[in-house]
Design a protein around this ligand. Structure first.
Ligand code: AMP
Length: 205
């Protein structure tokens, strides 16, 4: 199974990907994570991407498409994966269509104000990558590791990421609906509740 996870920043794509990975044994490909790893390793790709990430803007299509093309070329035809954070523009979606067949596109729907609230309190564990709420935990609730906040999780950058989402990424809802691939999920509430909606829809449709 090859899925695309679609949704605004903070809609819970990464969290749901962890659940889906466990249940369906799918590789999790997050373009944001690949950029952050490159930045940590100070590669030219990471340094180029940083300019855009810090401003809450999209990294240029050509750069992202090249990176995704290289990543997906390592997968055998029968290997499943989830794309988290890609595609984000119609151009990227067309590029993906030329690369591989996608079985479903899950759109996680959350109102903007709930997103701002989630992201201004989002923290990630340095050791295990678990995503949690900084107001509720001072260390990682699953492994006790140190928590950090993403540089782009400040209110000004969150607002511009949301604007970019509405201006460029939301068009993909129609793109995939017209291809009969769209699965819309109410992504408000606790992650476990959202996941049970995903399972119900994916496995019973
Ligand atoms: P994310 O972790 O998915 O929220 O991505 C963090 C940042 O990485 C985004 O705000 C963009 O600057 C960049 N990025 C990630 N994926 C893409 C993509 N498909 N197209 C353009 N920029 C991306």
């Amino acid at each position: 199974m090859r899925l695309v996870l679609l949704g605004a920043p903070g809609a819970g794509k990464g969290t749901q990907a962890v659940f889906l990975k466990e249940r369906h044994n799918l590789a999790h490909i997050s373009t944001g994570d690949i950029f952050r790893q490159n930045l940590k390793d100070a590669t030219p790709l990471g340094l180029e991407a940083k300019k855009y990430m810090d401003a809450g803007q999209l990294v240029p299509d050509e750069v992202v498409m090249k990176m995704v093309g290289e990543t997906l070329s390592k997968f055998k035809p029968d290997e499943g994966f989830m794309l988290d954070g890609f595609p984000r523009t119609v151009k990227q979606a067309e590029f993906l269509e030329g690369l591989t067949k996608i079985d479903g596109v899950i759109m996680f729907k959350v109102p903007d104000e709930a997103i701002v609230k989630r992201l201004t309190s989002r923290a990630t564990c340095k050791s295990c990558g678990n995503v949690t709420n900084i107001n509720e935990h001072s260390v990682c609730p699953s492994c006790g590791g140190e928590l950090y906040r993403r540089d782009d999780d400040n209110e000004a950058t969150i607002r511009s990421r949301l604007k970019v989402f509405h201006e460029q990424t939301e068009a993909l809802v129609e793109f995939y609906r017209s291809r009969g691939l769209l699965i819309e999920i109410d992504a408000t509430g606790m992650p476990e509740e959202v996941f049970s909606r995903v399972v119900e829809t994916l496995e019973h449709d």
